[in-house]
Design a protein around this ligand. Structure first.
Ligand SMILES: *Cc1c(COP(=O)(O)O)cnc(C)c1O
Length: 389
């Protein structure tokens, strides 16, 4: 039988990381000493006290059954409490907090609740791929908002075509930003709320990286903006904050009507987060401050070694105020793919070609600070030797 994919799968943008993935696997198989700066996944484990709580909770026979779809009330309360203490944002745990099986789950499902044929979803380019794929699965027309260096990697709202803005139902934004490492201020969020209200757009803010910031910079929540809760929701996640990417716990918070739509989709697709993981997540959220201080110190140390080392070698790369990503402009004759290929061939270093995040990511490679300082120092030495000597 000839197995044909559905049109929606054929409409997905090409997966441009395939070549680098394959080359990396080959290099590892050949026994080469690969340093992988490609993965946006913390190398450190979840803190021990969270793991202990999971162990303890999983021994209770009652947690092994299907979880409640909307999550334990105590988890929703812990999420609301964390938003209040961290951002001074008030949320009703019953209507304004929805636990997710990782924020990617909610990001990719939200268009199913609100998109009809002909509706537009606006996504940042470069950007996190699920913004586009979720929209495509729901049958949306996807329009991108270029994130350019000259605009601080913020979308220029005035540049959005008025017909597109009128047909737009969902706009994804993401600060601190993956892959650019850019951050935004309250003025941007205010302009965004005004724009969204004017055009009847639901804003979906992805705040996965608000806890990974440096040098006293405190990223904001979109929901701190006046009027934000009327027009949007925010996705957050325990993944990056607590080194819990594999556990799959995230949340959507904000506008109750938008969350009710997402909850309705989810009730037909999943059956919640394993209850023991929810209980351990409460423990994590209640102790967030003591975890994140150490994490910030670790990434800052790595960031500084990499930025200073590359600068000394002759590669000037902007220093991010948040996230664990370095968004480095390519140099010489290289484009994104060419530099990623050469880094692996000449230096056994994996970096991510920027064009894999969208056409406006061309001209950059992304390096993740998810390896220890010793390996970052070694990566700098190899880059200097391979490209700058
Ligand atoms: C890592 C990441 C997330 C978190 O995804 P989870 O599904 O919660 O693990 C969300 N958005 C962006 C941009 C990310 O890089």
């Amino acid at each position: 039988m000839n197995i044909e994919y559905a049109d929606r799968l054929k409409r997905l943008p090409p997966y441009l990381f395939e070549e680098i993935d394959r080359a990396k696997q080959l290099a590892i198989a050949e026994g080469r000493p690969v340093i992988d700066l490609g993965v946006g996944d913390p190398d450190l484990p979840a803190p021990d006290f969270i793991i202990r709580k999971l162990n303890e909770a999983s021994r209770d026979p009652s947690v092994h059954r299907y979880a409640l779809n909307k999550g334990l009330r105590t988890l929703r309360e812990a999420m609301a409490d964390w938003y209040r203490s961290r951002f001074n944002v008030d949320l009703d745990p019953d209507t304004e907090v929805l636990p997710l099986i990782g924020s990617k789950e909610g990001i990719s499902h939200i268009p199913l609740a609100f998109i009809n044929p002909g509706d537009v979803v606006l996504t940042p380019d470069p950007g996190y791929p699920p913004y586009n794929s979720g929209a495509i699965f729901a049958g949306a027309e996807v329009h991108v908002m270029p994130l350019l260096e000259k605009n601080g990697f913020l979308p220029v709202l005035e540049d959005i075509d008025s017909d597109v803005a009128e047909r737009c139902r969902i706009m994804h934004i993401n600060y601190p930003n993956n892959p650019t490492g850019a951050v935004c201020d309250s003025g941007f969020y205010s302009r965004l709320v005004e724009f969204a209200q004017r055009h009847g757009i639901m804003v979906c803010s992805d705040a996965a990286y608000t806890e990974i910031s440096f040098d006293d910079f405190k990223p904001l929540s979109f929901l701190q903006t006046k009027g934000a809760k009327d027009t949007g929701i925010e996705f957050h996640s325990l993944s990056k904050t607590f080194n819990m990417t594999g556990w799959r716990v995230g949340m959507a918070v904000g506008n109750a009507d938008i969350l009710a739509g997402l909850a309705k989709v989810k009730a037909n697709i999943d059956s919640g987060i394993f209850t023991a993981i929810q209980i351990a997540s409460i423990e994590a959220l209640q102790n967030a401050e003591k975890v994140v201080a150490g994490m910030r110190k670790t990434y800052k140390e790595r960031r500084d070694i990499l930025i200073k080392g590359l600068d000394a070698a002759g590669w000037a790369v902007p220093c991010p105020a948040a996230t664990f990503y370095i968004w480095a402009p390519v140099f010489g004759k290289y484009d994104s793919t060419g530099l990623a290929r050469a880094a692996l061939e000449k230096a056994d270093i994996v970096v991510t070609p920027g064009n894999g995040f969208g056409e406006f990511g061309e001209g950059y490679v992304r390096m993740a600070l998810t390896v220890d300082t010793g390996r970052i120092e070694e990566a700098v030495r190899r880059i200097r030797k391979a490209f700058f000597s």
